[in-house]
Design a protein around this ligand. Structure first.
Ligand code: NAP
Length: 282
């Protein structure tokens, strides 16, 4: 029951009605016996700075941030953590003493989803398909784990230049034309292959990133950031070749779990959050 003591949280997005976070976070608060409530907050892009002030004025304890606000909101916050600065986006805000602190939990959420499946990253060679916002979070997470190299496949290498400028000082990172023979040979020797393009996402479930699967030299971990459908054609074909497959559900739940902990100081009941996601209809 919501009372005068209930702590308020929400998700800022435009549109926001499709967000799964209210369902997932409210189930987690209930399970943990915490007096918090979490609501969708539709914020037009032109109202974003007012919305941040509004959260403070209304004594919200924090929020999540989704499309299209993850980058623009940064200039309205009081402080950013290192992850938010490196990824160049904020997905979680903590409000304390009338100050708004920006965090990015997508990076640690992705990493946590891999660690939970037994994938180790230190000294490994990763390949990422696509160089958008999600790729930046993935790359920062991999760097923090001590990845040996990151190779990015893009259809337009120039578009990866910003990302390269940010991460080159921190990692052995290269961008390649994809598809190309050179990039095929990089894929064939990697330890972990990650799809961060929307290829194969509902409703275009027949699409998939082209990979020459028989060319891979050994079983690897293959990840798709997509979670609708839970098994994309990309993951299906990887599984048929004997690779470990990991979909985007883990990243979605674990970024939410990390935000939950930032707000409450309590470990999130991730099994409850996974169960909520499993109940979700596309
Ligand atoms: P984004 O910023 O739009 O980036 C998409 C990237 O994919 C760009 O590099 C784009 O290249 C590339 N791409 C798109 N269509 C392509 C095609 N047909 N062939 C080759 N490359 C293509 O999107 P994002 O925010 O990074 O999200 C990417 C995916 O991750 C989406 O499916 C999203 O749902 C998923 N995601 C999942 C989670 C999670 O929690 N599991 C979180 C965030 C995102 P161009 O620049 O050339 O267009």
């Amino acid at each position: 029951m919501v009372t005068g003591k209930t702590k308020c949280l929400g998700i800022l997005g435009w549109p926001v009605e499709h967000s799964f976070s209210p369902q997932m976070q409210n189930a987690a608060f209930k399970s943990a016996g915490l007096d918090y409530t979490y609501v969708p907050l539709a914020v037009h892009p032109e109202q974003l700075s007012k919305a941040v002030n509004g959260l403070k004025a209304l004594s919200f304890v924090g929020a999540n941030v989704t499309i299209p606000h993850k980058v623009t909101i940064m200039s309205y916050l009081d402080e950013l953590d290192q992850s938010a600065k490196m990824v160049g986006a904020v997905n979680t805000i903590v409000i304390r003493d009338n100050k708004a602190y920006g965090h990015n939990t997508d990076a640690c959420g992705f990493i946590q989803s891999l660690l939970k499946r037994g994938v180790t990253l230190s000294g490994k060679h990763a390949v990422i398909l696509g160089a958008g916002g999600a790729a930046r979070a993935v790359i920062w997470g991999l760097i923090e784990q001590g990845i040996a190299s990151v190779s990015i496949g893009v259809r337009n290498v120039e578009k990866a230049q910003d990302l390269m400028n940010v991460f080159t000082p921190f990692a052995n990172i290269s961008a390649y034309q994809w598809p190309s023979t050179k990039f095929d040979s990089i894929i064939s020797n990697c330890d972990i292959l990650i799809n961060s393009t929307p290829l194969g996402m509902y409703p275009n479930v027949q699409a998939e990133p082209q990979v020459d699967w028989p060319n891979l030299t050994r079983p690897i971990a293959v990840c798709d950031l997509i979670y609708t459908p839970t098994k994309t054609n990309f993951l299906l074909h990887a599984e048929q070749q004997g690779h470990l497959i990991i979909n985007g559900m883990g990243m979605l739940v674990e970024q939410g779990a990390a935000a939950f902990t930032l707000w409450t100081g309590v470990q999130a009941p991730t099994e409850v959050m996974y169960a909520e996601l499993a109940r979700k209809k596309v």
